[in-house]
Design a protein around this ligand. Structure first.
Ligand code: NAP
Length: 469
């Protein structure tokens, strides 16, 4: 990529921005990427809008965000359909995603003022306190896997804090990107408070170099995160990175095995296996390993695969043919290094990007696949002698996003909470995001947090005020 030094030089190449139905391969719609002039207009609009929007109060913004929530709920079936058609998640889950976006809008509409109210601190001043102020236009580079949720969990706090948003969404979900822009416009936010930029990733560097853009958040892969953080770093702009994961799911002898197995299958196959916080490595204590393996394989085999528009289908297609090929490659490499396939293991031939739900055992710890992110319905099972080995293997990955441990032993629970290197530890449950709890990772899973009070404080000036009469 050419270095971009001057604002206005967006280093554009012609990009394919298209909706392609992953269940059929049919191209539904194609879009032309924005020209440099169009990008320029949108950046200027964002900067102009921010100048007045930052003066609005929480009471001004709250009804707009509540209205966005209402639109999401009223039209959840339409939005769900767009998501399913563009990236293949089962329709039921897509409708649930629209509902969850309404939840995050309401959460920040109701709590933003509290999270950003002045915090008095006793010092030697007459009065000293912390005051929070918006920063300006923030660029959000987002992935396709939760095409609404990822965007709303950035946009709801950002807009409630008084920032304005610029969305560069993944190139395979342009209709989702445009629908989200329309939701904020219909909710009554000022023109320019939230804009979708239909651009390829080649344009991101130039936009980040532009002084009107003050910060960036990226949810996506490690290479994309490195690239955006490097550009932002050169410009001394704040970034939040939500990157990949290879989450462990640990099961100890005291766990409720029925619940653990069923949750494990769900945790691996949610979103057709394409979730950053999907459980990817199942680490099971020796005493219960054989029973867990038997039941886990049975439940993976029983999953209903098919058209994601069919509400009884549990696994739809993967989002792109490239993801199927990458998965196929990872499974082949695992097998070449000694792994055994207990079920599945290959692409499903025919129309659409389908891959069989797969269980791998005997994966060599030295093979890179043992700790890489596997983005699809492929699980790896590991047998361990006890808790120390479980924690050691769980941490043997460059990632540190979520983790789950199943045990009813309080001492073990405390040891997992303390010892797992991850942004979240779920005990006897499946890792999930919740507007009330912070979300983010350590190690190569990124830095910064989304959601809760931590998320809304990422893109504000935390201003110290010190007053002496
Ligand atoms: P991706 O290829 O990194 O794409 C994510 C976004 O980054 C897209 O908008 C993409 O645009 C853009 N992008 C890609 N390369 C870029 C670059 N060099 N510079 C600037 N922008 C760039 O990831 P994905 O395949 O869409 O999503 C899957 C990944 O996201 C997985 O690793 C998953 O774990 C991670 N994820 C993390 C979280 C979390 O919260 N931690 C949540 C969901 C997903 P184009 O589409 O135009 O290439």
């Amino acid at each position: 990529m050419l270095a971009v030094k001057e604002p206005g030089n967006y280093n554009l190449v012609i990009m394919a921005i298209a909706s392609i139905n992953p269940a059929t391969g049919e191209t539904l719609k194609t879009f032309t990427a924005l020209t440099a002039e169009q990008i320029e207009e949108k950046l200027q609009l964002a900067a102009d809008t921010f100048r007045t929007y930052l003066r609005t109060t929480f009471s001004d913004r709250k009804p707009l965000m509540m209205r966005a929530a209402e639109i999401l709920e009223t039209r959840k079936h339409d939005f769900g359909k767009i998501m399913t058609l563009e990236m293949g998640k089962p329709l039921k889950a897509a409708i649930g995603e629209a509902e969850k976006c309404a939840w995050v809008c309401r959460y920040y509409a109701e709590n933003a003022e509290h999270h950003l109210s002045d915090q008095i601190v006793e010092t030697n001043a007459q009065k000293s306190y912390v005051h929070f102020q918006p920063l300006g236009p923030v660029l959000a580079v987002m992935p396709w896997n939760f095409p609404f949720w990822q965007v709303f969990r950035f946009a709801a706090p950002a807009l409630m804090a008084g920032n304005v948003g610029l969305l560069k969404h993944a190139s395979n979900v342009p209709q989702c990107a445009l629908a989200i822009e329309e939701i904020f416009a219909s909710a009554g936010f000022p023109k320019g408070a939230f804009q979708t930029l239909l651009i390829g990733s080649d344009a991101v560097e130039g936009i980040l170099n532009d002084p009107r853009v003050v910060a960036a958040t990226l949810t996506g892969s490690e290479p994309a995160g490195r690239s955006v953080a490097a550009t932002a770093g050169k410009q001394i702009k704040k970034t939040v990175l939500e990157l990949g994961g290879s989450d462990p799911f640990i099961v100890m002898p005291s766990a409720n095995l029925d619940e653990a197995v069923t949750t494990a299958v769900k945790a691996r196959t949610i979103n057709n296996g394409q979730s950053c916080i999907a459980a990817k490595r199942f680490i099971v204590a020796d005493d219960i390993y054989d029973e867990f393996e038997k039941r886990f394989v049975e439940e993976m085999r029983a999953l209903k695969i098919g058209d994601p528009m069919d509400e009884t289908v549990e696994i739809g297609p993967l989002a792109t043919p490239q993801i199927v090929n990458d998965l196929d490659e990872q499974v082949k490499k695992a097998v070449a290094s000694g792994a055994r396939v207990l079920t599945g293991g290959k692409k499903i031939e025919g129309r659409g990007n389908y891959f069989e739900p797969t269980v791998l055992v005997d994966v060599d710890f030295n093979a890179p696949v043992s700790c890489e992110e596997i983005f699809g319905p492929v699980a790896m099972l590991f047998r361990v002698s006890g808790i120390d080995e479980a924690i050691r293997i769980a941490n043997a990955t460059p990632f540190g996003l979520g983790s789950a441990a199943w045990t009813n032993d309080a001492t073990e629970q405390a040891k997992f909470i303390d010892g797992l290197e991850a942004g979240a530890v779920f005990i006897n449950g499946m890792v999930a995001s919740d507007p009330r709890l912070p979300f983010g990772g350590v190690k190569n899973s990124g830095y910064g947090r989304e959601l809760a009070e931590f998320g809304i404080r990422e893109f504000v000036n935390i201003k110290t005020v010190w007053i002496k009469d």
